[in-house]
Design a protein around this ligand. Structure first.
Ligand code: SF4
Ligand code: SF4
Length: 71
């Protein structure tokens, strides 16, 4: 199982990932005092489909493996 994770350092809030996520798993949120909104993935909704990572023009979304892989 994989889950998308946004690199907040490179995300510019363009919303491309948000519009491409058919699972509605991404929101734009304000982080700290920053004026720019950033993408945030809801792990409860993300199914790890990888679509958002392919859409991000900043290459700012990584797919992380979750849980333990049984031998
Ligand atoms: S990996 Fe798929 S389900 Fe998860 S946030 Fe990205 S587009 Fe949405
Ligand atoms: S597509 Fe990339 S740069 Fe645009 S909001 Fe999503 S994570 Fe941020």
């Amino acid at each position: 199982m994989r889950e998308a994770e946004v690199d907040l350092e490179v995300c510019d809030g363009c919303q491309d990932c948000l519009e491409g996520c058919v699972y509605d798993a991404i929101d734009l949120v304000r982080i700290g005092k920053s004026k720019r909104l950033k993408a945030k993935v809801d792990p409860e909704r993300c199914c790890g489909c990888h679509e958002c990572a392919q859409l991000c023009p900043q290459h700012g979304i990584a797919m992380n493996w979750l849980g333990r892989i049984e031998p």
